[in-house]
Design a protein around this ligand. Structure first.
Ligand SMILES: *[C@@H]1O[C@H](CO)[C@@H](O)[C@H](O)[C@H]1NC(C)=O
Length: 408
């Protein structure tokens, strides 16, 4: 069984006759989002061990999606064999809590509506919140109480999401009304946690929960993700959501694109498998020199860096004067780093500005940390915030593609 395509095909009759989505974006709504950087110390310096732990968590998340994909569709995910077992789990480093750089904003759930903050994560597909019967691991968060929502219904199924550090988020599945940017998804499946893994505890994680924005095939619940529900329930007429990440004014736009925030046409990366927002880039270039060509990439708003295989990432840093391998998949760069790096999608090169590539001073060092990191044996790329801050990104469920445009 293969869930998402049915949804997409059902929507197609409307789409074929319609104008390109850029011209039909007037009905969308934007909501503000904020960033947290879990990999920084209190003084703002980059903790390399935390950054490394974040990469492990990303891989654990991607692996979980591959497993859900196989369970939901009956077929192995085509990229799964490319995630070698060596990268499947942590490498025995000390346990470090969830330390990714994530983007979060508000949703409401239930009747009467209660506001929660959630991380918007294109690298997973489920929604979960901490429940009112959660143990102390959820303290400090706004808790969802099914008994105080008249639209809440127990789905009669448990859930368990494993994280890389061996801990889990687990609880019971419910359905309720979920409102995102004013659009209502009724009978939306959500996980209500009775236990939070350490990474989601409120001292580590300012958002209450997480809202996955990948395809339904990755859902551990085997259920429609929130955005897909908004589309199938006719709340959102343009099946597109878009992200703008900046130092201030960042937003998630639901139901199209916000034309005030980009210029020129979109360049589209077709989605190769409806699971992750996954496709191919043409090349990565450093200083105008192509370091290597076509590779698979997953576009993930829940990941800080651009992550690749150690040998490929080393080849990039080889072209950056003064860069050093800091171990465990992290490289340092000079403070005055100014090397142009770009990723080309479908013939168009998108530059990563030196200021977004440079993550800042490394803790205990006079050098800075580079925006590309590595996981040994990773045979595809995970393209996160370091790249996405440089573009306006539209996730187009109607045409199965990710559009990148230059920032306005
Ligand atoms: C969502 O539900 C609320 C409460 O029922 C209602 O006031 C609002 O108009 C709905 N929004 C849309 C877009 O249907």
């Amino acid at each position: 069984m293969y869930f998402s395509p049915a949804l997409v095909l059902a929507a197609l009759p409307f789409l074929v006759a319609a104008a390109p989505f850029e011209e039909r974006s007037r009905n969308g709504i934007s909501i503000p989002i904020a960033k947290r950087s879990g990999f920084r110390n209190a003084n703002g310096a980059v903790d390399i061990a935390k950054l490394q732990a974040g990469r492990q968590l990303t891989v654990a998340k991607i692996w979980r999606g591959f497993e859900a994909f196989e369970k939901n569709t009956g077929a192995a995910h085509p990229s799964a064999p490319r995630l070698k077992r060596s990268t499947k789990r942590g490498n025995g480093n000390r346990l470090i809590d969830d330390s990714e750089q994530l983007w979060y904003g508000s949703i409401t759930v239930g009747t009467p509506a209660v506001t929660y903050t959630v991380d918007f994560d294109t690298g997973s597909s489920d929604l979960f919140l901490p429940g009112s019967n959660c143990d102390s691991t959820c303290s400090g968060h706004t808790l969802y109480d099914p008994s105080s929502s008249s639209t809440s219904s127990d789905a009669g199924q448990k859930f368990e999401l494993k994280y890389g550090d061996g801990s889990t988020v687990s609880g019971e599945q419910y359905t309720d009304t979920v409102t995102l940017a004013g659009f209502n998804a009724t009978r939306q499946r959500l996980g209500v946690a009775t236990t939070y893994s350490s990474g989601f505890q409120s001292d580590q994680f300012p958002a209450d929960g997480l809202l996955g924005m990948g395809y339904e095939s990755l859902s551990s619940y085997g259920a429609s993700p929130v955005f897909q529900s908004l589309v199938s329930q006719g709340q959102v007429s343009t099946p597109v959501f878009s992200f703008y990440f900046a130092e201030s004014g960042s937003e998630l736009y639901i139901g199209g694109t916000n034309q005030a925030l980009y210029t020129g046409p979109f360049t589209y990366m077709p989605v190769t498998t409806r699971g992750y927002w996954e496709g191919l880039f043409d090349s990565i270039s450093v200083n105008g020199k192509t370091v290597f060509g076509r590779e698979r990439a997953i576009i993930d708003t829940g990941t800080t860096q651009v992550i690749g295989d150690a040998r490929s990432v080393q080849a990039i840093y080889d072209q950056i004067p003064g860069s050093k391998d800091a171990g465990d998949g992290t490289w340092t760069i000079l403070r005055n780093f100014n090397t142009p790096i770009s990723i080309t999608f479908r013939g168009k090169a998108f530059e990563i500005s030196p200021s977004t590539f440079n993550l800042g001073i490394a803790s205990g060092s006079s050098d800075c940390v580079g925006g590309f990191g590595a996981l040994d044996g990773l045979e595809f790329w995970i393209v996160g915030d370091v790249f996405l801050q440089n573009v306006y990104t539209a996730f187009d469920l109607g045409y199965d593609r990710v559009g990148f445009a230059s920032l306005a």
